[in-house]
Write a protein that binds this ligand. Structure first.
Ligand SMILES: Nc1ncnc2c1ncn2[C@@H]1O[C@H](COP(=O)(O)OP(=O)(O)OP(=O)(O)O)[C@@H](O)[C@H]1O
Ligand SMILES: [Mg+2]
Length: 347
């Protein structure tokens, strides 16, 4: 199949995903009746089209994992090129289905030395599940599928107007940020999975765990008493390294740190925030540090989160701003309303 053909069928496939996604949402919301029957028959039709596409791709790449039909087509479409480059040779199982993506354990191909790798495959319409991506995007230049800044007026316009094409660019930028951050942090010696490749819809990275079991997130682990302090310091070192590279994780907590063999690995970076350009960066940073301190407090280590955050923050010359974006305030809360009034006055 030529590249041109592949691209066309990818677009068609994306459209199918979107329609399917919308229909699933509609079905849940609507009452039973004739419209549902009609929807069901057109859904069957779409399922059939997806199946045909999956069959086409399956000629090029087959895997052990028994996926549902829709998931199989999604996987084949997302991982076909990665497989073509000998980066993976098989998909073994689903590690976890997240809100924005699912992570799969893969056997690596001849191009990768490690025997196992993890593929994070994003949902086609994942932007719909991002409640507040604006908060993170502020002050952040969007990136294209090669990780370069998007600067073309037409592209910027499409993103602002949220056209289908614009949404695709935003989706891609979200993934590119995750990959680029992994690259930067890995190079600098942070505890993150090794990044191998980025495709339109997927990231391939080092797998944490073994063939039988993926590494659990820290929140599911009770640490040995003598591990607590050194691991806390390790996490702080990583937060520091992020800041040194002009980044805040933005969704850091014990859920996004994996624990394996006494070591920790930070994951899940698409929402990284620029500490200099984002007006609510300090609040986001403080939230990250607070959540980490909360977990370690549950393991018996008490630290003043605010002081720790402030020390790290100011050591990079950043100013502590009290400002909170109105979008992140609750109109029903008296304290939030007072804060908002105060912010308005000080302008
Ligand atoms: N490199 C990896 N090695 C092993 N397991 C991983 C790896 N990356 C992610 N996982 C597993 O997959 C889960 C989802 O990954 P991640 O947090 O990046 O995606 P997400 O869509 O943001 O998920 P969530 O909505 O749960 O936060 C993780 O909680 C972890 O259990
Ligand atoms: Mg996560």
């Amino acid at each position: 199949m030529t590249r041109q053909n592949l691209r066309m069928s990818k677009n068609q496939l994306n459209q199918l995903y979107e329609e399917l996604d919308e229909m699933h949402a509609d079905e849940q919301a609507s009452a039973p009746g004739r419209t549902v029957k009609k929807r069901q028959s057109s859904r069957q039709e779409m399922d059939a089209k997806l199946f045909v596409r999956a069959q086409e791709a399956a000629g090029e790449f087959k895997f052990t994992y028994k996926a549902a039909r829709f998931e199989e087509a999604w996987l084949l479409d997302s991982l076909n090129e990665i497989a073509g480059q000998q980066l993976i040779s098989d998909v073994l199982r689903k590690v976890k289905a997240g809100k924005e993506a699912s992570v799969y354990l893969c056997r690596s191909g001849s191009a990768i030395e490690a025997p196992l790798v993890a593929a994070k495959v994003y949902r086609p319409r994942m932007l719909r599940n991002l409640k507040n991506d604006g908060q993170y995007r502020e002050g952040r230049t969007d990136l294209d599928e090669s990780g370069n800044a998007i600067i073309k007026d037409g592209d910027l316009h499409a993103m602002r107007k949220r056209t289908t094409y614009g949404e695709e660019l935003r989706h891609q930028s979200w993934i590119a940020y995750e990959f680029q951050t992994l690259e930067v942090l890995h190079k600098t010696g942070a505890d993150v999975p090794r990044p191998y490749a980025m495709e339109k819809n997927a990231i391939l990275m080092g797998y944490i765990g073994d063939i039988a079991r993926a590494a659990p997130p820290l929140n599911a682990v009770t640490l040995d008493r003598d591990e607590v302090q050194p691991l806390f310091e390790r996490v702080v070192r990583n937060i520091d390294l992020l800041l040194a590279n002009n980044r805040i994780h933005g969704d850091l907590s014990a859920y996004n740190i994996l624990y394996w063999d006494g070591d920790i690995t930070l994951i899940d970076f698409p929402q990284v925030v620029n500490p200099e350009a984002n007006p609510t960066a300090w609040n986001i940073f403080l939230r990250d540090v607070t959540r980490i301190c909360q977990y370690f407090a549950s393991q018996g280590l008490r630290r003043d989160a605010r002081k720790l955050a402030a020390d790290l923050w100011t050591s990079y010359g950043h100013r502590i701003t009290k400002e909170v974006h109105p979008r992140d305030l609750d109109a029903e809360s008296k304290a939030d309303r007072r804060l908002w009034e105060k912010q308005k006055k000080s302008k």
